[in-house]
Design a protein around this ligand. Structure first.
Ligand code: PLP
Length: 370
């Protein structure tokens, strides 16, 4: 049996007619950059998140970068974030001229350990960037309290978490700014790169709209130096079709997660925990397993796709050597990097495929020595 980590073709086939029609309408219009479809997508996503503004940009990375710029992050400024994330969280802080200050994770959720944030706030701290990893919100209530006491904006890296909730509130709507990625593998995935920032703050929204078009308003009159980060209409058309299905796809992922939880119950595999008050959209289903690399290799031989998110925490990346972090300094993340393994969780996965994945994991664990 073949079980890929993700099968985007199955999803495409299930909505092919709608997608093909939406794409051909854009081709007929020839309005390719920003425009009405992008505006409609901004309105739909901001309404979905329960916030006033949506600013569509070219990627999730740009959403983070422009949010940092809009918060005034520049040389010498520090931004506190999780060391256990996709590179963009820290790379954008660095590219804005700032310095990422890393905190370790809560080992149960892989999200930043909020209790470590307070101790890392300094007079240089300009913002806090929690990451809602794998589709589950970071612990936002105490973090929002802390940030408000310290007068710091929160930029949510909600790239993996559109539709996830924290005490009933949508990911991206909790901080000053929420950043989404529509990279194809996300629960709401475009057919290329795409991203969005959502916010309730009208003046920050205006700044972001300016920054994404080279800082120009009107055209060719540049108030600030911005970047080119315009979303194109083809991606907006795809996303408008898919948004209707997002919640049902995420519910199927949750259902699949429930089945894995049950099937793996009597094994030594540590299944992912969802914090009380959170609803996860399971962009990834990440387990912890002994002899992870050997298990991964065994599963690959059985035709099962898995991946490691992430094999090296950000504080140990070569490009951040100048920040001076040492091995062992953020041990929970370093341990997670050794143990974590993402299993296939996409909505179209069948129970038979999941049973095959779990029986293959059992076989693998029988083979690798304790
Ligand atoms: C946690 C996290 N942050 C940021 C990004 C960046 O998004 P993009 O790939 O759209 O630039 C991603 C996407 O992969 C992500 O998973």
């Amino acid at each position: 049996m073949n079980v890929p980590l993700l099968d985007l073709r199955l999803q495409y086939l299930s909505i092919k007619e709608e997608i093909d029609k939406a794409l051909s309408e854009v081709l007929e219009d020839c309005g390719f950059i920003l425009g009405e479809r992008v505006k409609e997508l901004e309105a739909r996503i901001s309404a979905y998140c329960g916030v006033k503004h949506g600013i569509a940009v070219a990627s999730g990375t740009d959403a983070l970068f422009l949010s940092l710029k809009a918060c005034g992050v520049g040389p010498g400024d520090e931004v506190i974030t999780s060391t256990y994330s996709f590179f963009s969280s820290a790379g954008t802080i660095w590219n804005a001229g700032g310095r990422p200050v890393f905190v370790d994770i809560d080992p149960d959720t892989f999200n930043l350990d909020v209790s470590q944030v307070k101790g890392r706030i300094s007079d240089k701290t300009k913002a806090v960037m929690p990451v809602h990893l794998f589709g589950q919100c970071a612990e936002m209530v105490p973090l929002l309290e802390l940030a408000s006491e310290a007068g710091l904006p929160i930029i949510e890296d909600a790239a993996q978490a559109i539709g996830a909730t924290s005490d009933g509130r949508k990911a991206g709507s909790l901080g000053l700014l929420g950043c989404f990625s529509f990279y194809p593998s996300k629960n709401l995935g475009a057919y290329g790169d795409a991203g969005m920032i959502v916010t309730n703050d009208s003046s920050v929204a205006d700044k972001l709209r300016l920054l994404r078009v080279h800082g120009a308003k009107p055209k060719y009159f540049h108030r600030v130096v911005g970047v080119n980060s315009r979303l194109d209409a083809l991606q907006a058309a795809v996303l408008l079709v898919k948004l209707k299905y997002l919640d049902s796809w995420s519910a199927r992922r949750r259902n699949n997660a429930g089945l894995y939880d049950r099937l793996l119950q009597d094994t030594e595999v540590v299944t992912p925990k969802v914090r009380k008050g959170n609803v996860s959209i399971y962009n990834q289903y990440v387990v912890r397993v002994r002899a992870r690399d050997a298990v991964k290799e065994f599963l690959a031989k059985k035709g099962i796709g898995t991946d490691i998110y992430y094999p090296l925490p950000l504080h140990l990346q070569e490009c951040f050597r100048a920040l001076g972090y040492r091995k062992g300094e953020l041990p929970r993340s370093e341990k997670a990097a050794q143990e974590s393994l993402a299993l296939p969780i996409y909505p179209e996965l069948t129970p038979e495929q999941q049973e095959y994945v779990v029986s293959s994991i059992r076989e693998a664990l029988d083979l690798v020595s304790p």
